[in-house]
Design a protein around this ligand. Sequence first.
Ligand code: F6P
Length: 542
Amino acid sequence: MDNTVEHLWALADEAKYQSIAARFLADDNRFDNFCFSTSNLAADFSKQNIDTRVLDALLSWAEQRKLDDKMSAMFSGKKINGTEGRAVLHTVLRAPHGKQKAVLGDVLAEDVEKTDQRMMKLANSLYAGLHQGASGKAITDVIAVGIGGSYYGPKLCHEALKPYHSQAVKVHYLANVDGSALAEKIQSLNPETTLVIVISKTFGTQETLLNAQALKKWFINSGISEAELSDHLIAVTSNTEKAQAFGVAAHHILPMWDWVGGRFSLWSAVGLPVAIAVGFENYRQLRAGAYAIDEHFQTTPFNQNIPVLMALFGIWNCSFLKYSALAVLPYDHSLRVLPGYLQQLDMESNGKQVNVFGQKVSLSTAPIVFGQEGSNGQHAFMQLMHQSDTIVPIDFIVPLKSHSAYDAHHQVLVANCFAQGEALMKGKPLAQAEAELVEEGKSPAQVKALAAHKVMPGNNPSTTIVFDQLTPQVLGSLLALYEHKIFVQGVMWELNSFDQWGVELGKKLGSTVLDLMAGNTNEKLSSSSIGLIDLFKSAHEQ
Ligand code: F6P
């Protein structure tokens, strides 16, 4: 183990007994020293269990890992996704055209530019209610079918950018293979005025294909002919052959490139449903916000670099202080999809234990990411955070201004967010609990009986990300911030953050179980799975 990591372990042994509250008492300027901002947002790290010694050790570890070289390798298109032999260039999709040419070369940059033009034309005609279906009627509803990275990014933006939505077209999202999700979606839709966008990089994902097949049948059963179908079907995929075989016309297929990972693909034509809902200009603003963070990330010294600091403090918490979870708590109803989006972005990127050299990583890696919109979480899992012996680091995310007219509501929401961070950091020692009970007039016996139940250990670290108001640009910055945080953590853990071999086994066994249910194979599974399959079969024989 090199001496920087050894030094970090020594600092971690110390920090475990260090009170964050005491760190504030020791430094009146702690907030100013550990809050950093960019054009679109600010991140307050002062409630993290850190000091300048920890920060310096983490930064020297980043230097040792040659983080700056790894960043240049990604942005310049080196094939850093080693197991798939691919570059990782989602960032180039939001860069100015000149940069795209420099990284991709003229031909590919032209392809990207042409795709943007096609996206813009489609999006703006649908946004304005001018796109017609086979019968000549204007399309009023769009269903985006996709799952994982072909769903989460667009869905998150859809919910987050409601104030920017078109009045002429409604965009719906269908991800789960559960037929009730499909039934719910189409029950109030008219096939004649509905357009389906099948989003699938591989055009081979079982859930997406089953949903797409069912929607195709829904169109045909409504009287739309095979020939007319192409007016109601668009595909976003890297597998044009499969898309055309499915029945999507070539001019309705938008490309996905293999140098854009699924969970990083919002910036590609995967973002089409977002551009339809909010208009291409607002979608362009989303990309611009992400580009602003790309620039911040590449030009800011690491000791003021927000994605770098988020990454390093995140590793400090999960690998060194051994806090194995991360709660993402957006105090903003419109960001309620963010925890789910970050579960895929974080846990599918760094939920690994083998490094790029094929060796077991000695540190624990990605945290268990969970969360939900605040203030709901306060009535769900915050009790555990306040009084269990499990410390759960938190990312609070909160706009300083709301789009709603309910200012009093927004002020209460923000006050709750700030209060939770303070309460979880400060806690309530026994002496304070006893004094409060005495203050309430409780008898000594009652104080004795109750005080221990009122104690809160505190020392729960958190980062609070604030921004003025949730606009397309700010949203783009927020998402790019997390993308780069996860990239940096992958570099520090020496992981390949851009493959996802772990999802293959479940997919394969899914087909095996289907074959067993149909009696098409006698593959040996555990008696549990065989017993469960028998229960399913008998439930369907009755
Ligand atoms: O979750 C596994 C995964 O492969 C993701 O990486 C991807 O975003 C998702 O499935 C959907 O894949 P596709 O876009 O190929 O349908």
